[in-house]
Design a protein around this ligand. Structure first.
Ligand code: CA
Length: 265
């Protein structure tokens, strides 16, 4: 983010919806650029390096999925995918295309604003701030690292880094880097937040409702979002390591999720 004005690129071929999203984000303080095709949207993303991109799935030229992947290659923006079909959204989430959130049409300006606020509340990768104010707990929620995994606090030049370790997994909450066997895992913001929450108290069983609240903020009831993101996170973690890794996140039937014991994966 540059300066105090947040910028957004809205990619949507439907004039009415493009206008609605633009109005909604402008009211939220965004400086908005718009495109009505995937190619034009990509060019705008490259040209303006926005903080947020909203991306319609059904575009006249390029597939929204393809546009999302290409945005991810060139930009750190938060990406919200928008589709008219709920089943399409479920499929999209399974594809690991790197979007941060999903919205189904029709939606109200208020709903979009709430989603955007929730995304921007989450911590972002940041350089040294130069302040000596210590950051708050790295993870929302009541459990502390002391209840399970090991945490190292390293302080240098006024910045505090918390490194959470659990078995072969290490999570640097300040640098927002997760590794398996010292190899970096490419996670979306949501997946990273989910992993750091679970690893912050690996013996705790986290209910879907608590995870939803912790990651998206209060007021959401779509627990299937948590299931899909946990599924994606499991797949990514399992692919890593020299000989692959058993999924390190256990489902506790009827309750939620917890980390496996460190020697079990
Ligand atoms: Ca469309």
């Amino acid at each position: 983010m540059r300066g105090s004005t947040r910028t957004a690129v809205v990619v949507e071929d439907d004039d009415d919806i493009r206008e609605l999203i633009t109005h909604s984000l402008t009211m939220q303080g965004f400086e908005v650029s718009t495109a009505s095709s995937g190619q034009a949207g990509l060019e705008l993303v490259v040209a303006t390096d926005p903080d947020l991109v909203t991306l319609d799935l059904g575009l006249p030229d390029l597939d929204g999925i393809e546009v999302c992947r290409r945005v991810r290659d060139v930009s750190q923006a938060y990406v919200v995918m928008i589709s008219a079909r709920t089943d399409e959204i479920d499929r999209l989430m399974g594809l690991e295309i790197g979007a941060d959130d999903y919205l189904t049409k029709p939606f109200s300006p208020r709903e979009l604003q709430a989603r955007v606020n929730a995304m921007f509340r989450r911590p972002r990768t940041s350089g040294p701030t130069g302040t000596d104010e210590a950051p708050g707990p790295a993870v929302n929620g009541s459990a502390s690292a002391a209840t399970g995994g090991s945490a190292e606090i390293a302080t240098s030049r006024g910045t505090t880094t918390e490194l959470l370790r659990h078995g072969r997994i290490a999570v640097d909450t300040e640098g927002r880097v997760a590794t398996v066997d010292e190899q970096e895992v490419d996670l979306t913001r949501t997946e990273f937040d989910l992993l750091s929450t679970l690893v912050s108290a690996p013996r705790r069983v986290w209910s879907r409702a608590v995870l939803l609240d912790s990651l998206w903020g209060p007021g959401w009831s779509e627990e299937h979002l948590v299931e899909v993101h946990v599924g994606n996170l499991r797949r990514k973690l399992s692919r890593l390591g020299p000989d692959g890794m058993r999924a390190p996140i256990r489902t506790v039937r009827g309750v939620g999720y917890r980390m496996e014991e460190p020697d079990a994966f």
